[in-house]
Structure formats: structure tokens, C-alpha cells
Design a protein around this ligand. Sequence first.
Ligand SMILES: Nc1ncnc2c1ncn2[C@@H]1O[C@H](COP(=O)(O)OP(=O)(O)OP(=O)(O)O)[C@@H](O)[C@H]1O
Ligand SMILES: [Mg+2]
Length: 594
Amino acid sequence: MKNKIKNHLKNNIFVLNYSRMWPFIKPYWIRALIATLITIPIGSLDAVIALSLKPFMDTIIMEKGGETPFNLPLYSIPLFIIFFTIIQSALEYTSAYLNTWVGGKITNSLKQKVYQKLVSCEASFADKNTSGFIVFRCDSDPTLACSGLINNLKVFTTRLFSSISLICVLFYTSWQLAIIAIIILSSALYPLTKIREKIKEVMNKTVLAGGAVLTVFNETFAGLKTIASYNLETQQTSKFSDILKQIFKLQIKYTQRTAWLSPMMHIIISFGIAGAIWYGSYLIKSNQITSGDFVSFMTALLMLYTPIKNIGKNFTSVQMSFMAIERVFDFLATKMSVTEKENAPHLQPLQNKIEYKSVSFSYNSEKTILNNINLTINKGEKIAFVGNSGGGKTTLINLLPRFYQITKGSILIDGQDIQNVSLRSLRNQIAIVFQDNFLFSGTIKENILLGKQDATEKEINQAIKSACLDDFIKTLPNGINTQIGERGVLLSGGQKQRVAIARAFLKNAPIVILDEATSALDNKSESIVQQAIDNLMYDRTVLVIAHRLSTIQNADKIIVINEGKIIEQGNHETLLNMNGAYHSLYMAQFKSKN
Ligand SMILES: Nc1ncnc2c1ncn2[C@@H]1O[C@H](COP(=O)(O)OP(=O)(O)OP(=O)(O)O)[C@@H](O)[C@H]1O
Ligand SMILES: [Mg+2]
């Protein structure tokens, strides 16, 4: 029996959601409790107003000489009503203030937690989700979960206590009438128990559609040039309008499933009121109750009517908050495949070699991208990867900093499996320059400093010089403190790459990964960037992907990857003499240049 109750409590949505939220509420629990407790007098004071009408009615109107409570003078009754209403209003203000305070604090700590989770998500998480969906999950859901929950809880408890106190008035004035009214009113609450199942599916679809709207905004903003160049304005607008139509349909569906609740309660309650009037008239006539009792009763019943009718709406909002809590906690519980063992040891700086041992990888179960890759990279070597587009070069190097989880095989650094060491120490050893480097909004300096937060001025200047950025920075009125815009939009392609290279310099990691760093540049920019890259590669272990074979002829080893397999490897001369894939690639580029 005890276990049954325990299980029931555990599965109870209300208990479950509040227990999940507890760690976030805990630091502010005293204020949260006060905010909730205040709702008790706020709700209960409704009863005072209803109750004070009885002596007023009996004494003044009916002149039956009924007694005022505590024999107070009659004029005190209207004063009491004003006095209690002032108290009620003051408490309402305090409660609103406390609720905003507590709600805001809890929302912030939940958002902080969600953001912490987001920044530690693996790359495949970004592959599977859209930006709009993420904004919805990380911003709208925690807001809905907390503020919605706290505000609704306040309204819910106020209404609940108001209802309880008014019900007491009903029983005090006439228990017979009260029983009729209660039976009818409680049947009005029954539909609430069904509401959750009815709105869950619609709510989940609404979240997806809401996410899709945000994604369209993001994409449109980022892709304005593409939209203009292909004249996609009409097409994009109609795509957007389709999503809006979908949301409209969902809103209508939601209304269909919930809006009947209040009118339905309205009708049921009217039966209660009709019944009370009918039976009340009989009780007055047969002198079982006074007219004062009846007026008090009817006032309490009518006052009860509003909270009970609104509890329907309120209950739906509470359910929506609960669903948001569930989505937030589902997100927080998302399992990542790139994980770290507990107390994983620190990876020591590369001493000897990096080994890929029978590495296979696929992004999803449909297609194997890398197939049984075996590769050794000795410390200080420069290894270049070439091959057909989509062959798996980027994928191969993305496995070294563990952006993705290897499907089969292992990667070892000095004999230590990278899966067994701490992610932080592994990634500390690797500086990466991607093809499309991500720059954050802010200044050039702020972006470079991401490589090493506590770098000295001397180190920064050295990095700028080595990345061949000094001449460019000298031309800027604000120099290194120039704002570069969101994603670095105010810089040219080559400048962005050099900022990224400067960042990698500052990191001063022993292993350097360069992915297509010189593509999409004109010859002049390429030679500057190439100079920066040569500087960066100096005295480090380097994995470089290049489409322009001219840039990698000096590499210690060139690996040719085709369809996820290593098909040739060796230095430039050896590979050319093999007359194979590398030879064909080289000849194709050589011809196109002449
Ligand atoms: N995040 C991803 N999710 C699913 N599939 C992916 C993902 N990234 C790449 N792929 C697929 O994996 C294959 C290898 O891609 P990869 O980017 O490694 O090729 P690549 O050799 O670097 O090509 P390129 O020279 O054009 O840059 C491609 O078929 C690509 O479609
Ligand atoms: Mg690539």
C-alpha cells in the first residue's frame, strides 16, 4: 500500500514536475513560499465580503434585528469591506512583486543550466536540430516553464483558497443549499481531468512550428544576399506563409480542444445557481433560513463562480507549463555520444605519434563514411589530405578532437586512446582553422583572445604578426579594437581566415589542423594567407586538407582519400610516379592552371 502511494506520487505529473524544478526553486524557497502563502489570505478575504452581507441584510433591510458579529456597530460593515479590500490589494501587490522576483530568478537559473547544456552539446546535435528549435528550447521553454508555472500557481492557489473559503461560507449559511451547489460545481471540474491528453499533441506540434518560424527568420537574415541574387523573395514569403498557416491551424485546434471548457463549466454552474435559487426560495418560505443567509449564500456562490470558471483556463496554462518543464528536462537529459569517462586522465602534450587504428565512421546508420582507416602521424610531421569532394577528409580530421564519436576502431595519441582522456586536455592540444571559421560579434582583439584568454600584449602582437594581420590592422582607425560585426561580416574572406589563424597561433597548441584554409581566395590573398599558414605550421604536427596541390607539395606525407578509404599515400614525388589517383588530380590542376 505504502509503495503504491509512493509510486502514484512518483507518477503524478504535478509532483514529478515540481520535484524536477525543486533544485531551481530551492535557493529562493523562502520567498517562493511567502509568495504562495500570501495567496491564502488574498483568496480567503473574498469570503469576508460575502459573509458581511448577512448581518447587513438581516439587520437593515429585513429589520429582523439580526446581530452583527461581535456586536459591532452597523456602519462598521461597509468600513470592514473597504479595510479588507485594502489589505487584500496590498497583499496582491506584494505577491505580484515576489512572484516576479522569484520567477525571474528561477527562470534565469534554468536558462543558465540549459545554456550550459547547449554549449557542451556535440557537433551531431547541431546537425540534427534547427536553430529555431534550439531558440525555442533554450529560451521560450524555460520562460514558459518558470514564469508560467509560478504565475499560474499563484492564480491557481488564490482561486483555490478563495473557493475553499467561499465554500465554507456556503456551508455556514445553509448546508442544504451548499450540498446542492457543491455537487453541481464539482461536476463542472470533471472535464479538467481530460484536458492534458487533449492538448499534449497540439502543443508539441506548436513547438515544432514555432521553431520553424524562428529558423526561417535566422536563415532569411543570414541568406539575404542569396535570396536577392536568385530573386527568391516570393518563394521565401510563400514558404513563410505556409508555416504561419500551419501555426494558425494548430491554434484553432488548440482552441477547439480547450475553449469549450469554460462555456461548459458556465452551463453546468448555471444549473447550480438555478437549483440554489429554486431550493433557497423554498427554504426561506419555510423559514428554515433567513433572507440574509440567502443573500450571503448567493453572493458567495456567485463569487465562487468566477474562480471555478477560470480554474479551467488556468489549469490549461499550468498544463502548458508542465509540458514546457518536461521538454526542458528532456533536453537536459539528452544523452551525448561523445562523453568523457569519470576522472579521465589529462592528456600529456604530444611526444611521439598520433595513430588512427582501423577507424570506421558513419554519421548515421545509412552510409559508412570512413572505412577502416589506418594512419600514423609522427610528431612534427606535416600530413596533407587530398581526394574527391565528399570523400571524407573533413570527417577524418574531425574525429581527432572528438567532434564525433568513432563507430569502430580507435585513435591513439602516444599510445593513449583519446576516448579515455579528458576532452578538455585533448582539445587543448589541438588548434583548428576551419574553412568557414566562426567569428563572434565583437572586436578583432576579442576574437583573437579566444585562443588564450590571458594572453599578454606581446603574445597578441606576435600572433597578429605571424598571421600577417599587422598591415591590415594598421589601416584601421580603431586598430585591433575594430568591431567585426556578427559572424565577422565586416571582414573579407582572407581577413577572417587570418583572424582565425591568429587565434590558432595564440592557442599555441602542438597539433594544428587546417581544413581548406586557402580555398576561395584570390592569388594575392592566398599568398598572404599561405604565408600565415606556413608560419603556423612551423615546428608543429600538422594535418592539412588542401584542394590546391601546389600548397602541399612539401608535406612529409600526402594521403589520398577516396570514398572513405585511403587509396594512396607517400610524398609528392612518390605519388606522382605511381601514376594513380594523385597523379590524375595533379595533372588536372596543372592543366587547368596553364
Ligand atoms: N554532419 C553530417 N551529417 C551527415 N553526413 C555528413 C555530415 N557531414 C558530412 N557528411 C557526409 O559525409 C561525407 C564526407 O564528407 P566530408 O565533409 O568529410 O568530405 P570531404 O572529403 O571533406 O569533402 P570536401 O573536399 O568537399 O570538403 C559526404 O558524403 C557528406 O555528405
Ligand atoms: Mg571537407
